[in-house]
Write a protein that binds this ligand. Structure first.
Ligand code: NOJ
Length: 735
């Protein structure tokens, strides 16, 4: 009897557990379709719970001086998202446990953070990454950043920044991929792929956030947080291009921008946020405001108070309020006043939940906790950083083959404020980067050359100021050396957010140091580490060679040393034009043709109009000879494709890597086109003497069409040119 009873009890228990599972809420059933889970959950949420899902608070201490937030002491268990200013997965798990176990419905929190160019394995700044022309490598780097972030408690990164930027005075040029829409699109997509992996639900995927939507790079005069006078034509053909590509690539979220887009700020702009993003592009994730961007609508003159600011942002299409707490404080009233409908709230909440479900947070809310040594800076991660740093560096000038340093060089003078620096090599927005992880230029050189070369080190001067007391030591070090490497540049805080500069020249003290060392007559190699293109008009004539290393991250020292020794042949090409002087700004390769292009009319009267280095400039230790570009046809129909190919020979003595940039030009069109537009690029390594064919398949609708001021694409018949290297080849498109 006892046995029968226990069998019955067991049977009963199994039944109960089955019934509980079978009748459990749909939103908790990991096998149910995501849309059913969202619908079920939203139907169970009360208004307070819904409103909190639309808010983001902070957790931990914020290190960004531009966004000082309160460390939230009592984080509500129902909060939608947190900016997670900590690298401790255990703390995250404690906060998450509270959300899962103490909130009524157990909705996981989404932990976000600015992972911009690496988490702990810090890579070159994005502007430098684009100079590598190696999107596959950038994907690998982003995947490592995602893994490191995920293992530190982060599910969502506020990256990539894909703001096309043509004014190097704007500090945030460091964070994007330069001046060209297509380049920003390609590297934005590469980064999104790396962060999000094959599936957002994968253990090491994080959600991407495209920012700052949109045209923030157009900030007037390069000043941050300012008005952007952007015509709808420029919006469509320049600023929206990378966003459309990244939305199509599946980017989970976007961040609305600070700037006022021709009278309607990015964070209250129904045309960009709803008409374009949600209706035309069908983005079904969510938009988070930038920090304080909703509140700032008052300063921008489109809202009288916080309540109106919240209403405008939400109605325009911003689903989540980053830290302002405007949604949290005003939505109940706005709903009661029927200014915001419940349907709209439900839709916004659904968008936030969709990203959480896609990330798998409901089913796996906690971070995996592993030892720091398994999380960060693994040999594989550093190998990627090493390659990316080396590939991003650009050999700007190399007179008389000064580089690579030849075997006759027995003593090197290593001078300048950047020579032993570590912190500034990390670059802007490297919040979790540690100075101690960085290999300095001096360490890189010592490792590269060992005892075969004597390095005579002298700082010479600081980054700025007037102190020339170190000049004498620098001159003495140079005099006893065969060559002098002068390591100059910008401090990391000189670029990035709120870091605009009226001049893009280096401070006078640095220029003066170079002048003094030039007087020694020794060959001068300038090593430049900066977050923006520089004005080099006075420095360039003093230098025999110049290497732009950007802010190269943790492996910068040895990546540079490889280039100096010749172990690595430089292959980087600029993703942003270096104007001759600040007064030339804006100057970018895809400008419109002047109405009087010949005879120098309309040019500056006091300085040349040409920049110092165009977009795409970059030298190698070998030479590449281009054959004649050949078209598969000189006339095609609109529906036909055309292939153009060019044979490239490595005509020098060493192995090298060439990136071929293919441009299109449309000389007569109903809306004038830029003089040339980059449409494709390809990078290949060639051993000395080897030749290979580079091909570009022109798809007329993709590569030859243009967009009007409302985003409609047109393809017109007529003549076009394809440009490669110094060649320009004509073809015709017919009906
Ligand atoms: C302000 C910056 O503009 C944005 O890029 C960043 O993601 C947020 N703060 C969060 O830190």
């Amino acid at each position: 009897m006892k046995k029968i009873t226990s069998i019955l009890v067991l049977f009963f228990c199994i039944q109960i557990s089955y019934t509980t599972q079978a009748s459990g809420p749909v939103y908790k059933d990991k096998n149910a379709p995501i849309e059913s889970r969202i619908k079920d959950l939203v139907s169970k949420m009360n208004l307070d719970e819904k409103i909190l899902q639309l808010n983001q608070y902070t957790a931990g201490l914020n290190t960004n001086a531009n966004n000082i937030g309160e460390a939230v002491k009592a984080i509500p268990a129902e909060i939608g998202s947190l900016i997670y200013f900590s690298a401790d997965p255990v703390w995250r798990n404690q906060i998450q446990k509270k959300a899962m176990e103490e909130s009524r419905l157990g909705i996981p929190i989404l932990f976000g953070f600015d992972v911009i160019h690496g988490y702990r394995t810090v890579y070159p700044i994005s502007l430098g990454q684009a100079c590598s022309w190696d999107p596959a490598l950038v994907t690998e780097a982003a995947a490592v950043a995602a893994r490191e972030a995920k293992l530190s408690g982060v599910d969502w990164t506020f990256s990539p920044m894909i703001d096309v930027a043509r004014d190097p005075r704007w500090g945030r040029v460091a964070e994007g991929y330069g001046e060209d829409p297509y380049t920003n699109a390609v590297f934005g997509v590469a980064t999104v792929k790396g962060y999000q992996g094959k599936n957002l639900n994968d253990p090491y995927s994080v959600a991407a956030c495209l920012k700052h939507f949109v045209a923030y790079g157009m900030s007037e005069g390069g000043r941050d947080y300012r008005y952007s006078d952007v015509s709808r034509q420029s919006l469509w053909e320049t600023y929206l291009v990378p966003y459309e590509a990244c939305v199509k690539a599946g980017a989970a979220t976007l961040m609305s921008s600070f700037n006022d887009i021709s009278g309607v700020p990015g964070s209250a702009n129904p045309y960009t946020l709803t008409e374009i993003l949600k209706k035309r592009w069908k983005h079904d994730g969510f938009v988070v405001s930038d920090w304080d961007a909703i509140n700032q609508l008052i300063n921008q003159g489109v809202a009288a108070d916080r309540k109106e600011a919240g209403l405008k942002a939400f109605t325009a299409g911003v689903e989540m309020d980053m830290t302002d707490q405007i949604y949290a404080q005003n939505f109940k009233q706005l709903i009661a006043e029927k200014k915001i409908s419940m349907a709209k709230v439900d839709e916004a909440v659904s968008r936030v939940l969709r990203v959480k479900f896609r990330l798998g947070l409901f089913d796996k809310p906690y971070s995996t906790v592993v030892d720091e040594s398994q999380r960060y800076l693994t040999p594989e991660s550093k190998a990627i950083a090493q390659r990316l740093s080396a590939e991003s560096m650009v050999l700007l000038k190399n007179e008389k083959n000064t580089l690579p340093l030849n075997s006759g060089v027995k003593q090197i003078a290593l001078i300048g404020p950047m020579a032993t620096d570590k912190e500034n090599l990390l670059g802007a927005w490297s919040a979790n980067g540690k100075e101690s992880d960085v290999e300095s230029i001096s360490e890189g050189l010592n490792k590269e050359f060992g005892t075969s070369v004597k390095i005579n080190l002298a700082k010479g001067c600081g980054f700025d100021g007037r102190d020339e007391s170190g000049f004498a030591e620098a001159i003495a070090a140079t005099q006893k050396s065969d060559v002098v490497l002068i390591c100059l540049g910008e401090k990391r805080g000189w670029s990035g957010e709120n870091a605009s500069r009226s001049s893009i020249a280096l401070p006078v003290i640095q220029e003066k140091l170079v002048q003094e060392l030039r007087n020694t007559g020794k060959p001068i190699v300038l090593i430049l580490s900066n977050g923006r293109p520089l004005e080099l008009v006075r420095l360039e004539p003093l230098a025999d060679a110049m290497v732009e290393i950007w802010q190269p991250g943790v492996c910068g020292g040895s990546a540079l040393a490889g280039i100096l020794s010749g172990r690595t042949n430089p292959s980087g090409k600029l993703s942003m034009t270096f104007p001759l002087s600040t007064g030339q700004i804006p100057t970018y390769y895809d400008m419109r043709q002047s109405a009087r292009p010949t005879g120098g009319q309309g040019n500056y009267q006091d300085i040349p109009t040409e920049p110092l280095y165009w977009f795409g400039h970059g030298l190698s230790y070998t030479t590449f000879t281009y054959g004649t570009a050949k078209l598969s046809a000189t006339k095609i129909k609109k529906t036909e494709k055309l292939t153009v190919e060019v044979e490239v020979t490595n005509s020098g003595n060493v192995k090298g890597t060439e990136t071929v940039l293919w441009y299109i030009s449309d000389p007569a069109c109903s809306i004038s086109r830029p003089m040339k537009e980059l449409k494709f690029f390809e990078k290949k390594e060639l051993t000395a003497g080897a030749k290979t064919t580079f091909k570009f398949e022109i798809d007329p609708m993709r590569d030859l069409s243009f967009v009007d001021s409302d985003g409609k694409h047109f393809l017109e018949t007529g003549d076009f040119y394809v440009l490669v290297n110094k060649q320009k080849v004509k073809f015709e498109v017919t009906e």
